[in-house]
Design a protein around this ligand. Structure first.
Ligand code: FPP
Ligand code: MG
Length: 328
């Protein structure tokens, strides 16, 4: 069995999980056994790789100070932001499943799920504002990403649903806002929490951004390559929902496929979709997408190379290896 990412990085997930749960358990305004508290605890205990908290901890290993409580609190905040965004995302996408289990809104109804997601992101902003005394202004970066960029990325995605004239630049911008910026910020904020220099923190940000773009591209690829069982949600969902991802952009360059793809709209039949999914699967689009994902990993590897003088650089190499062999 290959090591899990947190094992390969030698990070204690129990400590991080405790801080994540503390975000709601230590909120004196939320009653311990209230549906709000129970809903959040159930959700955060339902799994997840804790990738963003791990990035905060890895970032903290680049500074002179050992990772303390503040680093763990920032790691927990990053996961809360991520989980809150997924609650909203599943409502927006009409997704019934998350990680193979019913999505929160399927269990609670839409209005309670919206409020839970709002509470979680607001709670993070509340805490980050408290941490942000004069020396720790950098924590504002996390709340800025939480409030603005994720929402903007999601808005851009919605705005361009079924837009087959989407450009590569627009696709990348949306992917940065939706995914890469939070990952990059996690590394940077973690680094600054341990007294790392701004220069190194900025390099880590650039590394995280490249890694995040590669991650989003791979995620978009999985929708075409994985079974519904492996995905924990119906395969081909992105295309069905009008998301013009990188494989679709490449397939649109194929004169035989383009007209079929352009016909896909909100009311297309399952058989029409299946035909297009098969066409994209047999085209060169998936291989080309994989190559772009790899080029961002190469970009991240070049940045990691520049950070070689830091002992923690080996963690960046571990991240790169993990992202290269991520479940396809
Ligand atoms: C997953 O996308 C979703 C995101 C990475 C971000 C979604 C952001 C929002 C809904 C904005 C609201 C945010 C807050 C903090 C209130 P996906 O649908 O491509 O991935 P999936 O396959 O995991 O659903
Ligand atoms: Mg989704």
């Amino acid at each position: 069995m290959p090591l899990k990412l947190h094992e390969a990085l030698d990070i204690n997930l129990d400590e991080i999980n405790r801080e994540i749960e503390n975000l709601v358990l230590k909120d004196r305004d939320v009653a311990a056994r209230s549906p709000l508290s129970q809903g959040i605890l159930e959700l955060v205990r339902s799994g997840g790789k804790r990738l963003r908290p791990l990035l905060v901890v890895v970032g903290s290993r680049f500074g002179p100070k050992p990772a303390g409580r503040r680093t763990l609190q920032l790691a927990a905040a990053a996961e809360f932001i991520h989980v809150a965004s997924l609650i909203h995302d599943d409502i927006i996408d009409g997704a019934e499943l998350r990680r193979g289990e019913p999505a929160l809104h399927m269990r609670t109804g839409i209005a309670p799920a919206v409020h839970i997601g709002n509470y979680m992101s607001a709670r993070v902003i509340e805490l980050l504002a408290r941490y942000a005394d004069n020396e720790q202004r950098y924590v504002h970066d996390l709340s800025a990403v939480a409030t603005a960029q994720l929402c903007l990325g999601e808005y851009q995605q919605m705005e361009h649903a079924f837009d087959y004239n989407l450009t590569l630049e627009q696709y990348l911008e949306k992917s940065i806002n939706k995914t890469a910026m939070l990952m990059a910020t996690c590394l940077r904020v973690g680094a600054l929490s341990s007294g790392c220099s701004n220069e190194t923190a900025d390099e880590l940000y650039a590394f995280g951004e490249a890694l995040g773009i590669s991650f989003q591209i791979q995620d978009d690829l999985l929708d075409f390559t994985q079974s519904s069982d492996a995905l924990g949600k119906p395969a081909g969902s992105d295309l069905r929902h009008g998301q013009v991802t990188l494989p679709v952009l490449f397939a649109l360059e194929d004169p035989a496929l383009a007209p079929q793809i352009r016909r896909i709209g909100p009311h297309s039949s399952e058989s029409e979709l299946a035909g297009v999914l098969e066409g994209i699967g047999q085209s060169s689009a998936l291989r080309r997408t994989e190559a772009v994902s790899q080029s961002y990993l190469d970009r991240a590897a070049a940045i990691a190379e520049r950070l070689k003088s830091h002992p923690a650089q080996s963690d960046l190499v571990t991240l790169l290896r993990y992202f290269a062999v991520r479940d396809r």
